[in-house]
Write a protein that binds this ligand. Structure first.
Ligand code: ATP
Ligand code: MG
Length: 487
């Protein structure tokens, strides 16, 4: 979490004087309200060039030397002021994308909806956006409902500030004099730890519904509050997310869940009523949950957050496998009641869950395939009485992910703890140890099956499946008794 540094508090106190100098970065103000920026000189803020990536600095200097205005903008300025270490640096400039391309050999222009230049330095990509305006040179296309389909009209820095989403995202670090420029009150919001949309919130969400997800994501990431007027329209406007492209929602989901604040994102999305627009099956499953599903989800997200913080690798396949788990369980239970075989049941359930999800958020095929493997290996953990089967599962390339998933299922359903412990021991055992473990389990299962058979007639067929199957050696499909209460 980012802390508000002393330097920054000092900055706010000392920057009481407002310098009026809107022209310098605004050679041809077009119709923009003459905003008076609050300009914080270098000596009074904490942004140091040594915390800016070398690539971003080169872009800023080159643009400046060529006579263009060039500023660091957006998340990087916000996070630097909060004492954080931004991962990417966005640049805003008065140069058009074509002018940027002429200045840099290592540059490509991307995007149709929002045209940008990417300047590439090895693994670093610096995103360079031309100041956007409302009218004039370029093209802007707006949908009936107010959605902005294309935004390629160039403008002044003031106009550019106004079209950004949150006030804390509209702060500029000007390479010309190393000052921080605030046109909309972002500095005050940083001090108050509060997110405000710029302009009329309802209109801004209609222009781009993804801003609702960005509100949740930024509040989670920064541990900021969402201002009441910025939060209020979300309850009614959330359904607008159905119109957003599934590919864009996947990208946004990755930023929500895989960036070190997944648990906070999840809680906020749920609180704001946004979760069902990303994972439609999850809110109903949580409503029916006896507590296990939520425990499993929150544990998984907290684990992922800790891994991100520790700079360990994380995989979206695993996180999405957890997010869609309740739906797979539901489909497995539904189909296995018809008495079908284990593997086809699980595969079908997995594919069904993925297909339903894909209509809202496009999970790339290569990720979907890994999710399918994680899920379809689960019933194999119930088969512990035959050594070759056990060895084959231990050697499976996806064993580790599937085993980690099993550990989470044991968080959902404590009845699985014994199975999870068994597989922990199986991994650690040498060949003789594994043989002994398997033999002991086979003997126990034999006795258990006989006892279960003796007990069965007293229960209804449905109850019987709940009580018996998950634990038995042959019944590979864990029913709700083993798989947990979420189904
Ligand atoms: P992060 O720390 O995740 O990178 P960010 O605020 O930098 O957060 P980006 O997606 O990198 O997010 O966007 C960079 C900047 O572009 C934002 O700070 C904001 O000023 C502007 N921006 C991004 N998306 C939108 C949007 N949908 N509407 C308006 N402005 C946006
Ligand atoms: Mg950014």
């Amino acid at each position: 979490m980012l802390g508000l540094g002393n330097a920054f508090s000092r900055l706010l106190r000392r920057a009481a004087t407002t310098v009026q100098d809107p022209r310098r970065l605004n050679p041809q103000p077009r119709n923009a309200a003459a905003l008076t920026p609050r300009i914080v000189p270098r000596a009074e803020h904490a942004i140091s060039r040594k915390n800016i990536s070398p690539g971003a600095l080169r872009v800023l200097y080159r643009l400046h030397e060529a006579g263009f205005a060039a500023c660091l903008v957006g998340g990087a300025v916000r996070d630097l002021l909060l004492g954080g270490h931004p991962k990417d640096f966005d640049v805003a400039t008065s140069a058009t994308p074509e002018q940027v391309r002429h200045l840099f050999r290592n540059c490509r222009l991307i995007g149709r909806r929002f045209r940008l230049a990417h300047v590439v330095f090895g693994r670093e990509i610096v995103e360079v956006a031309t100041f956007r305006g409302h009218e004039g040179e370029g093209e802007r296309e707006v949908h009936d409902g107010g959605r902005i389909l294309r935004d390629n009209v160039w403008g002044s820095i003031e106009e550019d500030a106004l079209r950004r989403d949150f006030r804390v995202n509209a702060l500029y670090y000007d390479i010309g004099d190393f000052s921080v420029r605030d046109y909309v009150g972002g500095l005050q919001d940083l001090a108050n730890r509060e997110l405000h949309l710029i302009g009329d919130p309802e209109q801004r969400y209609r222009e781009d519904p993804v801003r609702m997800l960005r509100a949740a994501r930024l509040a989670a990431k920064l541990d900021f509050a969402i201002a009441p007027d910025t939060a209020a329209p979300i309850a009614t406007l959330a359904p607008l997310l159905a119109e957003v492209s599934a590919a864009r929602l996947f990208d946004e989901s990755i930023k929500l869940f895989m960036a070190g604040h997944g648990l906070a994102s999840f809680r906020l999305l749920e609180h704001l009523g946004l979760l069902r627009w990303l994972v439609p099956t999850l809110p109903p499953a949580l409503a029916d949950d006896g507590g296990g599903l939520r425990r499993m989800l929150e544990t998984a997200l907290a684990n992922t957050d800790a891994r991100v913080r520790g700079e360990h690798p994380v995989t979206p396949a695993f996180t999405f496998a957890v997010l869609l788990w309740s739906e797979v369980q539901r489909a497995v239970v539904q189909r296995s009641e018809a008495g079908a075989d284990t593997h086809p049941v699980w595969l079908h359930a997995a594919q069904q869950a993925l297909a339903a999800q894909g209509r809202q958020v496009a999970i790339p095929r290569r990720i979907g395939l890994v999710m399918e493997e994680i899920w379809t290996l689960q019933p194999r953990f119930a088969l512990r009485g035959a050594r070759t089967r056990v060895q084959r599962l231990l050697a499976h390339p996806r064993f580790r992910a599937a085993y980690d998933f099993l550990l989470l299922r044991a968080v959902q359903d404590p009845a699985l703890e014994e199975t999870a412990t068994w597989w922990t021991r199986a991994q650690q055992a040498d060949a003789a140890g594994l043989a002994a473990l398997v033999a002991a389990t086979a003997a126990e299962d034999g006795a258990g099956a006989a006892a279960a058979a003796a007990a069965l007639p007293a229960r209804s067929p449905r109850r019987r499946r709940r009580g018996g199957r998950g634990r038995s050696r042959r019944g590979g499909v864990p029913g709700p008794g083993e798989g947990g209460g979420g189904a």
